[in-house]
Design a protein around this ligand. Structure first.
Ligand SMILES: Nc1ncnc2c1ncn2[C@@H]1O[C@H](COP(=O)(O)OP(=O)(O)O)[C@@H](O)[C@H]1O
Ligand code: SF4
Ligand SMILES: [Mg+2]
Length: 392
């Protein structure tokens, strides 16, 4: 991303430490009544005897937990993620949104060092406290970072769980691997406490197949939080769950990161979830970040035409100010939401210039050239004819 960063570092939203806003009582948190008392999280904040090697001691000059610069991901000659910049501050909750096929998961997998073998990444990914770039890091190094400094929750919990192992033992194992607890007994005690925090008390001897989908996802969350990671990455963690269970899992994620002051990178196609969970958001399309900024700004005054279309197609309140709002079709008494014309192209078939131009009703000839980033690294957009401009 070519960004003109004209903001002093200290005044940038992504350079601040907004975790004090992420308290469990945050009005945005759904189902606030659930999981009482997690903020105190006694016991699980202590990380005695951390055995991370000296290579992982802090040398990072900046204060971000995560700094991604110029991330480009491809398979053979095909570019799937293009020049993505992304930062997450300490305790900050950042959303990554976009339709399916936008490149969100590949971005997450690049950070985690879990890209498939045929897919390669270039650019830079730095994590606070780790003195080497995550791009190109050997698996031996990444396995020391994953589950300790960096943890993840994916859409399908069964892929993360061992079907042959009792769930408390799996949580304890995550602690023992990273030596954050003195011995097996201490880890097992902490695992049982952690299960209580995700409201799975009494299930410690259960196997994954004995639990529901929502319960399994809470076990995965417990494993992810087991070592108090600096950054939790969630990729569509509630997409496969019933709506009522979704709210509970989201609440537990929020409480879990708040109790540990962990930062959160939350990936979803669901704008309402981002509005609930995140402070800042990046909008992806065609492998590029097309807009970013505080959720309150981006969702009420979108500048990029893709963001505007996404909002109009969602049932967030701001939809009525979107570009397609006037075209909402009334079906009986129920207005149908407008949709973005056309579909997300398959990988490798996005147009040159603005990646959105084959679907954009505002496109002109100049959109055949790549729009420059306007704004700062923390808030801006890349569009030749942005919404809200005097001539828009
Ligand atoms: N291993 C792969 N080989 C080739 N193309 C891939 C591979 N993984 C993902 N893609 C393609 O890259 C694009 C972005 O994928 P992804 O990051 O999973 O999108 P999202 O998570 O936003 O839905 C999609 O078009 C997808 O088909
Ligand atoms: S650059 Fe052009 S095609 Fe792309 S979103 Fe803006 S107006 Fe539409
Ligand atoms: Mg995905």
């Amino acid at each position: 991303m070519t960004a003109v960063d004209d903001t002093p570092a200290d005044s940038r939203p992504d350079a601040t430490a907004p975790h004090d806003a992420a308290t469990p009582g945050d009005a945005a948190a759904p189902g606030d009544a659930a999981a009482p008392g997690d903020a105190a999280a006694p016991g699980d904040a202590a990380v005695p005897g951390d055995a991370t090697s000296t290579e992982e001691t802090s040398t990072a000059a900046d204060r971000n937990v995560l700094t991604v610069r110029g991330l480009t991901v491809g398979v053979r000659t095909q570019v799937l993620v293009n020049d993505v910049d992304l930062t997450v501050g300490p305790g900050e909750r950042v959303g990554l949104i976009g339709e399916s096929g936008s490149g969100k998961s590949l971005t997450a997998l690049s950070i985690l060092g879990l890209l498939p073998e045929d897919v390669s990444a270039t650019g830079s990914i730095r994590l606070a406290g780790i003195d080497h770039d995550l791009i190109g890091a050997r698996e031996r190094r990444m396995s020391r970072i994953r589950g300790r400094h960096l943890a993840m929750v994916f859409q399908e919990p069964m892929t993360a769980l061992n079907p042959t192992m009792r769930i408390a033992d799996q949580i304890a194992e995550a602690m023992l691997i990273h030596r954050t607890h003195r011995n097996r007994r201490a880890a097992r005690t902490a695992a049982v406490e952690l299960l209580e925090r995700v409201q799975l008390q009494g299930t410690d001897r259960a196997y994954p197949h004995q639990l529901s989908g929502g319960q399994r996802q809470r076990v995965v969350l417990a494993i992810a939080l087991a070592n108090d990671p600096a950054l939790l990455i969630c990729d569509e963690p509630t997409t496969a769950l019933d709506v009522t269970v979704q709210a509970m899992v989201l609440d537990l994620i929020l409480r879990g990161v708040a109790a540990r002051e962990s930062a959160l990178l939350f990936i979803t196609h669901d704008l309402a979830v981002v509005a609930t969970v995140c402070q800042r958001v990046l909008v992806m399309y065609g492998g590029r970040v097309v807009e970013s900024g505080p959720v309150t700004e981006v969702f009420t005054r979108p500048r990029h035409r893709y963001t505007q279309g996404l909002l109009a197609a969602s049932d967030l309140e701001s939809a009525d100010s979107g570009p397609l709002a006037g075209s909402a079709v009334v079906d009986g008494d129920r207005p149908r939401l407008p949709t973005i014309p056309g579909n997300v192209p398959p990988a490798g078939q996005f147009p040159d210039g603005c990646v959105f131009r084959t679907r954009c009703t505002h496109a002109t000839n100049i959109c055949a050239t790549t729009p420059a980033w306007t704004g700062t690294s923390a808030q801006g957009f890349a569009c030749h004819h942005p919404a809200g401009a005097p001539d828009a």
